[in-house]
Design a protein around this ligand. Structure first.
Ligand code: ZN
Length: 159
């Protein structure tokens, strides 16, 4: 049996680096703002795998009203969510992710981000795909005010 899931997240950009994306600190003069560590890619991945497994979403599992989730490591949240997905009997086939942002450029850090995500899920890097897209100088993404991450996850379950 195969199950597909979609996760989308966005965070506002502010001055002062580094920018944490996919559990990796990109050296630059910008960072993302949020209640947790604002790791936009890991939040989209977490929702995609939870959605594919038919479990509660990241906001229900880790509410931003809870004090313990303030500045929380999103890698830790993804690991906990992934444990629940595996406990429900699922394995990862693959993740396909798109980051929409004006800067920093993602391509020089793509391999390191994929490696980090693969490590968090204990899967092979070949199962993680990542693409960077700009906003064509239009809207909040194009003007460098927002970063958006999209992720589709395919899971399989032995019956
Ligand atoms: Zn988020």
């Amino acid at each position: 049996m195969f199950r597909i899931g979609l996760g989308i997240d966005s965070h506002r950009i502010a001055e002062g680096g580094p920018m944490k994306i996919g559990g990796f600190d990109i050296p630059c003069e910008l960072h993302l703002v949020g209640h947790s560590d604002a790791d936009v890619l890991l939040h989209a991945i977490t929702d995609a795998v939870l959605g594919a497994a038919g479990l509660e979403d990241i906001g229900q599992l880790f509410p931003d009203t809870a004090a313990e989730n303030r500045n929380r490591d999103s890698g830790e949240m993804l690991k906990l969510a992934w444990q629940a997905v595996e406990k429900a009997g699922f394995q990862l086939v693959n993740l396909d992710c798109v980051l929409r942002l004006e800067r920093p450029k993602i391509s020089p850090h793509k391999a390191a981000i994929r490696r980090k995500v693969a490590e968090l899920l204990s899967v092979d890097e070949s199962q993680i795909s990542l693409k960077g897209k700009t906003g064509e100088s239009i809207g909040d993404i194009g003007h460098g005010r927002l970063v958006e991450a999209h992720c589709v996850a395919l899971l399989s379950k032995n019956q």
